[in-house]
Design a protein around this ligand. Structure first.
Ligand code: AMP
Length: 303
């Protein structure tokens, strides 16, 4: 396994494979790997000849007062896990190599996609996603992957990256993998490490709120606000005030008023202790929840 610290080292590690026509899969991460990340690495391993994992805590997607300094890091452990998963190249650049003096360009997805689900009053959305799309665009240009793998856990991020890829004609297929959870429902996150045992128990209310909303819809509730009430009750019972608990069109994140058979993303964000946690599920779609994908994708239909 090669560890590349600069874009030159990364390109050198991939040049031969590209010449030989091998497919390259990219898995972008901020490290402190858990089973969610490993599921992306395994998906990449299955699909592609060569697997590149990037390991970079991207400063530009953290807002002022967010946890950039304290974000958990354990590079040696991550490198060991990557090796065990058969990763071919770990790209772990220093921030000054990625954003050298004079860096002045950003990539921003408009059209409202980054303007929703951003929590009030934080208005975290657009700036956060500008940081995400700028680094992902750079990673695409650095590794030039055939396929890039992202988690459904970050549903809005997946939709934004899909749009950027389409709008800017990046020749990269975007693969979205299902959210990996603990047996009790808690979505895995590097930030779960901030939770005390008592906070971890309360954090379960996020997935319970999503489930309660889905259950209300399964029970015949069509009105979005009424269904979300079931979710709000779960959060309230755990003493959690969400940044948002919202239902959105799963493809373009536009507002929806009723559950009418189209896939709807139900997403929640909340602070529990010092961790900002997010979770989501899609109602009205099969198990491979994939916001932003064409609705008939992989359904095997003839249309
Ligand atoms: P991060 O290191 O948090 O930036 O995440 C790197 C990638 O892993 C992103 O594409 C995330 O969506 C994905 N990811 C994070 N948590 C999970 C999870 N619980 N299940 C599946 N994918 C995840």
């Amino acid at each position: 396994m090669t560890i590349a610290r600069t874009i030159e080292e990364l390109r050198a590690a991939l040049a031969e494979h590209r010449r030989a026509g091998r497919t390259i899969g990219l898995v972008p991460t901020m490290g402190f790997l858990h089973e969610g990340h490993l599921s992306l690495l395994r998906a990449a391993r299955r699909r592609c000849d060569i697997v590149v994992m990037s390991l970079f805590v991207n400063p530009t997607q953290f807002g002022p007062g967010e946890d950039l300094e304290s974000y958990p890091r354990d590079e040696n452990h991550d490198i060991g896990l990557a090796r065990a998963e058969g990763v071919d190249v770990v790209y772990a650049p220093a921030a000054e190599n990625v954003f050298p003096e004079g860096f002045a360009t950003t990539v921003e997805v408009g059209g409202g996609l980054t303007d929703v689900l951003d929590g009030d009053p934080g208005r975290r959305g657009p700036e956060h996603f500008r940081g995400v799309t700028t680094i992902v665009a750079k990673l695409f240009n650095s590794a030039m992957p055939d396929v890039a793998f992202f988690g459904q856990k970050d549903a809005q991020q997946a939709a934004v990256i899909r749009r950027m890829t389409r709008d800017l004609d990046f020749p990269v297929e975007i693969a979205i993998e299902p959210t990996v959870r603990e047996p009790d429902g808690l979505a895995l996150s590097s930030r779960n490490t901030y939770l005390s045992p008592e906070e971890r128990e309360r954090a379960l209310a996020l997935s319970r709120a999503l489930r309660a909303t889905a259950d209300a819809v399964a029970g015949g509730e069509r009105d979005v606000d009424a269904a979300l009430d079931a979710g709000r009750a779960e959060l309230r019972a755990a003493g959690i005030e969400p940044e948002y608990l919202e239902a959105r069109d799963a493809e373009d994140l536009s507002a929806v008023g009723s559950f009418n058979g189209r896939p709807v993303l139900v997403a929640v964000a909340a602070r529990v202790g010092k961790a900002r946690l997010i979770d989501n599920l899609i109602i009205g779609e099969g198990p491979a929840s994939d916001p932003g994908a064409p609705l008939n994708r992989d359904r095997g239909g003839l249309t």
